[in-house]
Design a protein around this ligand. Structure first.
Ligand code: RB5
Length: 145
């Protein structure tokens, strides 16, 4: 199950991503926002981060205008490694090297076509583990300080 959430700035792209996930048979849970009225991105970054950190959802996707505010928020939830990606290489490395569990996108920064490619890469790429394991443990240690 994929948790997905956005503010008003990411609302239209969220709808495109949901259609895309549906067409490839991927299950998702939409944590809002549910209209294009102005709202506060921390609410939705927190909902998605909490759903992933608790194990309710396996991965998350968060979207705001730049992807910055909502990724900062998601990263404040313990256990979340949110990666703001605007290109395919970063999306692949965020999974392979960083074991990112939340993808953040900036709807006012990238087009829909690129966003959908990034989503596919993020969902299909496994963590490389090996030497990267230790570094993820170090992130956890930092989080626990
Ligand atoms: C909303 O106008 C905008 O600030 C928000 O979507 C996001 O870009 C914040 O980081």
């Amino acid at each position: 199950m994929i948790a997905i959430g956005s503010d008003h700035g990411g609302f239209a792209l969220k709808a495109e991503i949901k259609e895309h996930l549906k067409s490839r048979g991927a299950e998702y849970k939409d944590f809002g926002t549910f209209t294009d009225e102005s709202c506060d991105y921390p609410v939705y970054g927190n909902y998605v981060g909490t759903a992933v950190a608790s194990g309710e959802c396996e991965k998350g996707i968060v979207i705001c205008g730049t992807g910055i505010g909502i990724s900062i928020t998601a990263n404040k939830v313990k256990g979340i490694r949110a990666a703001l990606c605007g290109d395919c290489f970063s999306a692949e490395m965020a999974r392979r090297h960083n074991d990112a569990n939340v993808l953040a996108l900036g709807a006012r920064v990238i087009g829909t076509g690129l966003a959908l490619m990034i989503v596919d890469i993020f969902l299909n790429t496994p963590f490389d583990a090996g030497r990267h394991e230790k570094r993820i443990d170090m992130i956890r240690e930092t989080e626990n300080k």
